[in-house]
Design a protein around this ligand. Structure first.
Ligand SMILES: *Cc1c(COP(=O)(O)O)cnc(C)c1O
Length: 400
């Protein structure tokens, strides 16, 4: 398949591979070639492909009820919301279908809380350079990267950008129009950059001092990926709002925006809605997913496997001049290179292992949360071999 043959808008830079089947950590393409999947559909298939226990719950729900309008109560949606609230710092949930939609809800809630509850004309949200918050008009505006904004002007007002991990610069961005600060605890798309504890402590202090809402985008870091159920737990803080999507329903589409009790009355009936938000079918998948994540202590497993993977990668790239650093949190890992990694990643795919970039110079690993040491050994050996080949080619003066 090529972009010329496809009837789909060419907005994705696709790899020339068509996937047809998945099971656990393995994927197969239309030629029958097998891949070890260390990217999990970009942190989505967190229990591996087609996990049996989730499939059974989806199948049972398929016979019962697929969709019901949000004009009615829904048992699965209520149960899932209760589970999320019981296992987080939040008190209320809004369900939607994607990360962008969850962040859009967070932005709307922050503005509405300020106008309707506090009675203040404050609407600016401070976000950070190289952040990523989605592709709707508001969330691409919130995103601190110019490439996602190209050609989409005029953009909504009310977003201000500060350098990440720079507390002094942040405080100078706060004005009498600021209502919230929004960030990822690990900037994932932006290059696997972890927030520093001191930076987060200062954000919490500034939020308190200026009565600002703290919004944490956990779309990629949430649901156990970083070694805690939610990445904010690493910092001993409680955001006012946080958002989820990607790994929440093991591969079925769902997003969620969660918030503290004080925000509840800002979303009065009719204030916000989503037709497909939290359907019985997708909620059944998410309940099963969360039960497995909690029951099998997958955040702890992710922490352990993350340490193991980083150690193995460091060992494997030792002395390789193409690699600057290996870093990450849990199973969100970046191999930071000295030059663009597109050709390296294509060769890793060719060798049967799936990884993704995170910015131009990074090879990112997002294995599923059930990944084994043996699978990591297998994948990391391939990644390090390809990196060594590219370093050797470069030393010999062969152009890419
Ligand atoms: C992927 C991602 C989003 C956007 O999620 P979609 O489901 O693609 O809309 C937002 N924020 C972060 C941190 C992400 O990684």
């Amino acid at each position: 398949m090529s972009n010329q043959e496809s009837a789909i808008f060419p907005s994705y830079a696709r790899y020339p591979i068509t996937m047809v089947k998945g099971e656990g950590s393995r994927l197969w393409d239309s030629e029958g070639k097998e891949y070890l999947d260390l990217m999990s559909g970009l942190a989505v298939t967190s229990l591996g492909h087609a996990p049996k226990q989730v499939a059974e719950r989806i199948a049972a729900q398929l016979d019962q009820l697929w969709h019901v309008s949000n004009l009615f109560y829904s048992e699965n949606q209520e149960k899932l919301a209760r589970m999320l609230v019981d296992n987080s710092c939040a008190d209320n949930v809004f369900f939607c279908n994607s990360g962008a939609e969850a962040n859009e809800a967070a932005i709307k809630l922050a503005r509405r809380y300020n106008s309707k509850i506090l009675g203040k004309n404050r609407y600016e949200i401070i976000t950070f350079h190289q952040s990523f918050h989605g592709r709707t008009l508001a969330t691409l505006t919130a995103t601190g990267q110019d490439k996602v904004k190209d050609g989409f002007h005029p953009l909504p007002e009310g977003f201000v950008y500060a350098p990440f991990n720079d507390a002094a610069a942040l405080s100078s961005c706060i004005t009498d129009k600021t209502c919230a600060i929004m960030l990822e605890m690990v900037q994932a798309e932006g290059g696997v950059i972890t927030a520093e504890q001191g930076f987060i402590d200062e954000i919490v202090r500034l939020c308190k001092e200026h009565d600002l809402l703290l919004i944490v985008d956990e779309v990629q870091t949430g649901m156990g990926r970083t070694g805690k159920l939610f990445a904010y737990e690493h910092y001993g803080i409680e955001p006012d709002i946080f958002t989820l999507a990607k790994g929440i329903a093991a591969g079925l589409p769902m997003g969620a925006m969660l918030g503290k009790a004080k925000l509840r009355d800002a979303f009065t009936a009719g204030a916000h809605a989503s037709t497909f938000g939290g359907t019985p079918l997708v909620s059944a998948a998410a309940i099963a997913t969360l039960e497995i994540i909690l029951g099998q202590k997958l955040p702890e497993h992710a922490a352990e496997m993350g340490h193991y993977a980083i150690d193995k990668l460091m060992e494997g790239i030792a002395g390789n001049p193409l690699v600057k650093e290996v870093r990450g949190l849990g199973l969100l890992i970046g191999v930071i290179c000295t030059e663009p990694t597109a050709a390296v990643i294509a060769d890793i795919h060719q060798a049967g292992v799936l990884v993704v970039p995170a910015g131009p110079n990074v090879v990112r690993l997002l294995p599923n949360l059930l990944v084994t040491k043996e699978e990591l050994d297998e994948g990391i050996a391939v990644i390090c071999r390809v990196l060594a080949e590219h370093a050797a080619k470069k030393a010999a003066g062969v152009a890419e």
